[in-house]
Design a protein around this ligand. Sequence first.
Ligand code: NAD
Length: 352
Amino acid sequence: MSNAKVTLGMIGCGYWGPNLLRNYAELEGCRVKAVADRAEDRRRYIQKNYPEVATPLDGAEILKDPEIQAVIVATPAASHAQLVEEALNAGKDVFVEKPLAMNTDDAVRLCRLADEKGRILMVGHTFLYNAAVRDLKKRIDSGEVGKVHYLYSQRLNLGIVRSDVNASWNLAPHDVSISNYLLNAAPIRVSANGVRALQPEAARLEDVVFMSLTYPNDVVMHTHVSWLDPRKVRTLTVVGDKRMIVYDDVAADKLYIYDRGITRGEKVIEEQPSDFARFKMITRAGDLTIPNLRLPEPLSVECAHFVECVAQRKTPLTDGWSGVAVTAALEAADRSLAAGGAPVEIVIPKKG
Ligand SMILES: NC(=O)c1ccc[n+]([C@@H]2O[C@H](COP(=O)([O-])OP(=O)(O)OC[C@H]3O[C@@H](n4cnc5c(N)ncnc54)[C@H](O)[C@@H]3O)[C@@H](O)[C@H]2O)c1
């Protein structure tokens, strides 16, 4: 393996971009050469904090620089598809923030383009680089949790209100990507209800979304996302037949493993037998275990993974196709929202 550093360029450095920039700038294996942002105050921020980094006005400068091997796209969601396409066509590897695109056709097209050009395409599904989520997955994969019956999550806060996408496109990519990862599957159906409280009606943007995703084998994932809530909540509960686990991202200890459950006991002998057999339900209220996890900043793990994939030509954990699965679920959720919560099938095109 060569020791040469990967030279990076970045497009968009608003609210989230600085977190990516800090992590990429701190990594050994890469160098950030240029960051483009249309907003003057953002360019001033970069010039002040990273004087060695060039600050062009837009991404075209970055795309035509032959020294820049890979591009990070951290602009608003609606611009992702076009910028990623331009970067891939310019021969760059690409890291794009979630969501990969605003519709499944665009997402698939970008994956195929990346394959055709032999480029790396990675989506910023940050939580898959989180040690607590990875520990939770290990416990599911090892059989410790048993058969997963259902999961549910809440991602709530007061703000930040976005006016370019609804709460589902802004917040639920995290929840959908986490549940796809934990279940090793993609959802097949979605039903979603939303609340429009803040935005002009013509914008048709939900501030709150309640989304139920059905996975193969009737596993149900329910997520509630909102930027109109009194408290910051980020929890995910997994209920299996052997263990129940709560992941609380805002608590000091992230994982709570409950040896709790209810199992079916003996048949109840009834004086007047009914049509259905009845069974005793035995409650198991065992111990709560809180593992002591080593928690590196997920973003640093994510950024290091992208640089490693670029340097070693490896397929990222969160490759373009993982972005397709998330995009397809969110697109179907939009259709369900428009149809008053009616179930909508999620169609995910096959690779190739
Ligand atoms: N992974 C996470 O936890 C996380 C958290 C927040 C946001 N995000 C994602 O990060 C992305 C950016 O979100 P944000 O909140 O930083 O948005 P933002 O609006 O605060 O910042 C976007 C920046 O991009 C610049 N920009 C837009 N189009 C451009 C173009 N064509 N060329 C150059 N500059 C351009 C704007 O001037 C702005 O400074 C979104 O995709 C969002 O979903 C991810």
